[in-house]
Design a binder for this molecule. Structure first.
Ligand code: PNS
Length: 156
């Protein structure tokens, strides 16, 4: 009956994120996808848009998903309020690991909650939200990298 939290900016949610979420759902009874507001980033899509998009995308996918957002406060406190056993993060490269490792350590230090790293499928190894936005802004085709719902939302 384990519960996981998969947090991120998801601005926007990519096929890489989708792969991690669905693989996490094979290991955990419930996967909470948490859209975290990062004041340091100027998001392209509002938190509400991101929550709605991810909910729509995951509707047809196997797994027990709950999508919510966190605007303020520590992620681990939110995890505790959800009764979460673990955090899940996708790792594409050693750069991701360098970024994620201290966060995993501080989160465990603060709360005892472990972080489970899931290696990205190589198909999505180079896909990032920021690259997707850049390609889109320069007129490129992003349909290989993000679900159709995301292409539509970015186009509006
Ligand atoms: O998709 P991102 O932007 O790489 O995700 C980063 C995120 C949201 C997972 C990270 O910024 C985070 O955990 N923020 C929550 C605030 C918090 O608890 N910070 C202290 C411990 S890391």
């Amino acid at each position: 009956m384990a519960i996981a939290v998969y947090p991120g900016s998801f601005d926007p949610f990519t096929y890489g994120h989708l792969d991690i979420a669905t693989r996490a759902a094979m290991m955990f009874e419930t996967v909470h996808i948490v859209v975290v507001h990062n004041p340091a980033k100027n998001p392209r899509l509002t938190t509400t848009q991101r929550v709605e998009l991810i909910t729509e995308i995951l509707k047809s996918k196997p797994g027990n998903f709950v999508v919510s957002s966190l605007d303020t406060g520590l992620l681990v406190d939110y995890c505790k309020s959800l009764g979460a056993d673990a955090l899940v993060k996708g790792v594409r490269t050693n750069v991701d690991l360098d970024y994620e490792l201290p966060m995993a350590q501080v989160n465990r230090d603060l709360s005892g909650i472990e972080t489970i790293f899931i290696p990205a499928d190589p198909t999505h190894g180079f896909v990032s939200s920021s690259l997707v936005k850049q390609v889109f802004d320069l007129g490129g085709d992003i349909s290989k990298y993000v679900p159709a719902e995301v292409v539509k939302a970015l186009s509006n």
